[in-house]
Design a protein around this ligand. Structure first.
Ligand code: DX5
Ligand code: ZN
Length: 221
């Protein structure tokens, strides 16, 4: 499967977001990763709907909206309307993700399910058949710039083998602490979509940093 790079604008310069999005969008980003935090599901608070709508006006690169919110069923319709191309909800945020995933799908938007580091993969495997993307969090959600939790590579491997056994191929996305070193662990385990915030926007040469991660992932697959 193709390697997909999704720079997370959480670590970008918020006072210059248009420029920040464009520099990665025009230089090979496959998705723009957009972290929505509600101050409740996670303690941090970030950007919301108007920014997704705004990004939609300035780029054709698909928007990967990661909803770290407590009530995804209420918020999903807003992000569909704003133009999200992929919407990922958290397994921990809902008793039954199935109807919400269906709502996303029915709107013609790609659907994803995320699991936190402490959440057993078994809580997500029931839904694998209806997912475009399964996202393994490799840090505790809430903040950029944290260190990759190595045990998460085993969860990726478990999901990859489960998908193989079932003959399905949702994209396995990994989010948190990804850089040119840690990406190798995630790629070797079976992830093909890589979110990186600090390792891209924390560097002066954002494009070079993104390409270094992509090359490193390719070398490990
Ligand atoms: C964390 C967010 C991540 C974050 C990753 O809760 O979901 O997308 O931006 O940032 P880095 O790559 O810096 O760990
Ligand atoms: Zn994220």
């Amino acid at each position: 499967m193709a390697i997909l790079m999704a720079p997370s604008i959480l670590s970008a310069d918020f006072l210059n977001l248009e420029r920040e999005v464009q520099v990665v969008a025009e230089n090979g980003a496959d998705f723009i990763h957009f972290d929505v935090m509600d101050g409740h599901f996670v303690s941090n608070l970030t950007l919301g709907v108007p920014f997704v709508a705004g990004f939609k006006r300035i780029t054709n690169v698909p928007l990967d909206v990661h909803l770290m919110v407590s009530n995804p069923e209420e918020q999903v319709p807003w992000y569909i309307m704003a133009g999200a191309d992929l919407i990922t909800i958290h397994r921990e945020a809902c008793d039954d993700p199935a109807p919400i995933l269906e709502m996303i799908r029915d709107a013609g938007v790609l659907c994803g399910l995320a699991i936190n580091p402490e959440t057993p993969v078994e809580l997500a495997t029931d839904y694998l058949d209806r997912l475009d993307v399964i996202m393994v969090m490799s840090v505790y959600p809430g903040f950029g710039g944290q260190s990759f939790i190595p045990g998460c590579a085993e969860k990726i491997a478990h999901i990859a083998s489960e998908c193989k056994a079932r003959g399905i191929s949702p994209v396995i996305e990994v989010d948190g602490g990804i850089n040119a070193q840690t990406v190798k662990l995630a790629a070797a385990a079976g992830a093909t979509m890589f979110v990186a915030g600090n390792a891209i926007f924390g560097k002066t040469d954002r494009v070079g940093a993104m390409e270094a991660i992509r090359k490193s992932a390719a070398s490990a697959i």
